[in-house]
Design a protein around this ligand. Structure first.
Ligand code: CUK
Ligand code: CUA
Length: 660
């Protein structure tokens, strides 16, 4: 395998021979020279051929891993196979999405859960997906994701990959440090971001220090119900810093939450008045604060009722948090961004965007410092600040603009370098020491990526037992990597092979993402997922995940009028709707129930009604109910919007609205 270190444009015949032999391509009548010819014509190096061999996935072969990527401004989640980097589907979450019918007949009530005082917000800025965990390992049951712009979180059921719940944070306007889960998914964590007065109140920025608040919310997840239980959830007030990312402790640090912050300067901006802009004010200090939160203790304080109700939501005030020893701070270097807990829970890695080092804190030392009240100071709100030198284990110089860290199974850590446009591999020490050929706490290698990498994701990388194998760099800029589809360019997901140790860490695939700006993704072993391919029974309501007793059934199709309400009971099967004629009077309320009575995998039907803004996706077995007022008179051919069969174009009916 020495060959693929060589220059890009040389073909090494021995590798090509090897590739042909092991692929058995000769059986298709192709010879080594055919492969060589194609490679030469396309200008492919041996490294390119090797990358293709590692990622090419023949038709019918499935991926070893499934990646759940945030969809950025699309407000969706993307499901992508690894290593093929083929997109399998999007999951509509915070934004209406017509293919899935989300917001076009179904999902409206769930989307409305995210409104504030009934005011619509129909897009989301998704950042951090979190898979549910059992004992610190992904269990493949649930997925959570946050919406940064409107401080919302969503719950997705991984039986059908559909959004079941959206919950709006009652206290804060925007969020960022979420979603992250505790090791048994007891809580879904949502950290705030930009400090604001609680509950959408107005307060002039001159009252920033007194009226603006930081926060973290612990959403209790009820696995049986598959919903966040707001009545068992609580929040904790934090100083009005801008809390950024967070990560839950695990194993030895289970019960703790680590959260970093920027703007401990309490800068308020004001460039228009010739005051320092936020970007300068927020990064003035040499350090900000890592927040160390004892959430298990906080849970006890919440259960003991030591909370204040704010916006009808229980909040542990900052005073109580200090009094009960729930919150400690410790300095973290310049403009911290990522905070990541190592697989054994013993180290916490912080990156400062303006510091070339990663800083590694020891949980053991943090515990000791808390117990012995080893404080260097208190912040101006009275929160104890642990002595930096007492809690730091090591610092590793990795390069410029370090952001986020992930872990391999072998004692390697990986950090994204935004300014360097690279992914650094470095060695952990302590309990991971000697896991690598290189000395502890040293930079081993940097692989260039294209360009401006944000997060990175390693297969099973946030668990107590990372798989390694693949690392994906989620690059913000693609610049010259692809054909430019106008001035708005796609992001670039780059797949990196991390199976070998040392300096071998080649990029083996580029995947453009031309929908939103995804930030983060988690990557789970495909065999941990157990999705349905058809709904369990005909007449299944995906919202309740149970049989709907009202679902239309075969031979029971009908139209019933009850006063001004017309109820339609319709079925869909290749290639007709039944009934096909629906006549109502202008102004009638229409309750249209429809069941896809198919049992075959992939036999999805659509149901689209012109002018009425309706489109459903009815997967095999699914039932749905659409309600609307027939306020527009006319003749409306409704049709199936999924090409389901040879007679798909004939899968149609007429909806006729008689004028008043
Ligand atoms: S943030 Cu985007 S690169 Cu929202 Cu996780 Cu760091
Ligand atoms: Cu059913 Cu097309």
């Amino acid at each position: 395998m020495k060959a693929h270190k060589n220059s890009k444009r040389t073909l090494i015949a021995s590798l090509v021979i090897g590739a042909v032999a092991c692929c058995g391509s000769a059986a298709f009548g192709q010879s080594m020279s055919d492969v060589q010819k194609v490679a030469k014509a396309r200008g492919l190096s041996t490294a390119d051929l090797m990358a293709a061999a590692k990622t090419f996935t023949p038709s019918g072969q499935k991926d070893e891993y499934i990646m759940f990527s945030s969809g950025g401004h699309s407000g969706q989640v993307f499901v992508i196979g690894v290593p093929s980097m083929r997109m399998l589907r999007s999951i509509a979450v915070f934004t209406p999405e017509p293919w899935q019918g989300w917001g076009y007949g179904v999902g409206e009530e769930i989307l409305a859960e995210g409104y504030v005082d009934g005011k619509e917000n129909l897009w989301g800025d998704t950042h951090h997906p979190a898979l549910s965990e059992t004992a610190g390992d992904y269990d493949g049951e649930w997925l959570f994701i946050n919406d940064k712009i409107n401080a919302r979180i969503a719950v997705i059921d991984l039986r059908d990959f559909e959004t079941k719940q959206i919950i709006k944070n009652p206290l804060t306007v925007s969020d960022h440090g979420g979603t992250f889960v505790t090791p048994n998914t007891e809580y879904v964590i949502e950290g705030g971001q930009y400090a604001v007065p609680w509950g959408f109140e107005y307060a002039p920025i001159s009252e920033y220090k007194e009226k603006y608040k930081g926060s973290v919310t612990f959403w209790k997840f009820d696995r049986k119900k598959g919903r966040v239980d707001k009545t068992r959830s609580f929040a904790m007030e934090l100083p009005p810093y801008w809390q950024d990312l967070s990560d839950a402790g695990k194993l030895v640090s289970d019960g703790f939450l680590f959260m970093n912050s920027i703007n401990t300067e309490l800068a308020v901006g004001g460039i228009q008045d010739k005051k320092p802009p936020f970007e300068a004010g927020v990064s003035k200090n040499a350090t900000d604060y890592l927040h160390i939160i004892d959430w298990k203790k906080a849970e006890r304080v919440f259960k003991a009722g030591k909370v204040e109700m704010i916006e009808d939501f229980p909040v542990i005030t900052l005073a109580t948090a200090i009094e009960e020893d729930l919150l400690h701070l410790t300095p973290e270097p310049r403009s911290p961004h990522g905070v990541d807990v190592a697989p054994k829970g013993d180290f916490i890695v912080i990156s400062g965007k303006l510091d070339p080092h990663t800083t590694i804190y020891s949980f053991e030392k943090i515990k000791r410092a808390i117990a012995s009240r080893d404080y260097s100071s208190h912040d101006e709100f009275g929160v104890p600040v642990l002595n930096f030198d007492s809690v730091v284990e090591a610092q590793v110089e990795v390069g410029l603009g370090p952001l986020h860290t992930q872990f391999g199974p072998d004692g390697y850590a990986y950090t994204s370098l935004f300014l360097d446009s690279a992914v650094a591999r470095w060695t952990l020490g302590g309990s991971y020491g000697k896991g690598t050929p290189e000395p502890d706490w040293t930079l081993v290698h940097k692989t260039p990526v294209h360009y401006n990498v944000g997060h990175i994701g390693v297969a099973e990388g946030d668990t107590v037992s990372p798989d390694g194998k693949y690392l994906i760099a989620f690059n913000k800029w693609s610049v010259d990597r692809f054909f430019p589809p106008g001035p708005l360019l796609p992001q670039n997901f780059q797949l990196i092979d991390i199976t070998e140790s040392g300096t071998k860490m080649p990029v083996i695939y580029d995947m453009p993402i031309g929908v939103g700006e995804p930030h983060y993704a988690q990557i789970i072993k495909a065999d941990k997922l157990n999705p349905w391919t058809v709904y369990p029974e005909i007449g299944w309501d995906p919202h309740t995940q149970s049989l709907d007793p009202q679902a239309p059934k075969a031979k029971m199709e009908r139209v019933e009028r009850k006063g001004d309400t017309v109820e339609v009971y319709m079925t869909a099967i290749r290639s007709h709707f039944n009934p096909e004629h629906i006549t109502v009077k202008q102004g009638d309320k229409v309750v249209w129930r429809i069941t896809n009575i198919e049992r075959s995998i992939d036999a999805t039907h659509g149901f689209a009604v012109p002018q009425y803004n309706i489109n459903l996706s009815l997967e095999p077995g699914e039932t749905a109910k659409v309600e609307f007022i027939a306020d527009m008179p006319g003749t409306f051919p409704f049709y199936c919007s999924e090409f389901c069969s040879a007679l798909h174009l004939e899968m149609v009916g007429y909806f006729m609205v008689e004028p008043k």
